[in-house]
Write a protein that binds this ligand. Sequence first.
Ligand code: 1GP
Length: 247
Amino acid sequence: MSTIYNDIIHNKQRGQKLLAVLLDPDKILLEEIPNVIEKVNHSMVTHIFIGGSDVAPDKTHQLVTLVKSKTVLPLVLFPGDIEQLTNAADALLLLSLISGRNPDYLIGKHVEAIPFLKSSSLEIIPTAYLLIENGKKTSVEQVSKTQPLKRTNIDAIVNTALAGEYLGLKLIYLEAGSGATHPIDAHIIQTLRHETTLPIIVGGGIRSFEALQNAYNAGADMVVIGTAFEQNMSFLDEIKQYNEHIS
Ligand code: 1GP
């Protein structure tokens, strides 16, 4: 059966890099969506992630429904809280924030989500979510009340990711945090790449073609871009050269 996760695995096996654009329902206006999605549809974006740290109830559902009517790209929830769950999307990254020690974000919110998820049509993708320090405090850190892992402590990062893998999580998301000063270091991605065959997603602070290329070359299977696209919609045109570069 073709699922979004199988498709990620398939692309990984073929060495086909994936790009997700992150839409935060709290930051984007519904009126902007037709334009935004038009841009996305004509770009190298392969997935649309939807979520934010602090989103009013219903906003996610409205946004997902509208986006869905304008694209065939897979819509994946990347929720900051359980109010952001909606069956209008295709899949859910069920994130466990394993870099931190806040029980709510390790298992608590997941338990609260079960009454919804039990009868949901969403494809659930269990995801090891690791927050790594980037030079400034991020909203993930603030909202989750957890400490990020030190970016110099590569052993701790790799061991944490592998603990997630051994627990059965299916994806590893290395998060520098939205608007990060330093994106995830290529050396971190590279080291982890040698230790796991799980797909690696990298996000936070990717604002240039070089940063995107560094993440891919280091072994990221998917890169997530939020702020750079929010601030400049033509960013997707600027990075088109990635495909031209590799083809
Ligand atoms: C945040 O990784 C994403 O969860 C995207 O970060 O907004 O910095 O691109 P940016």
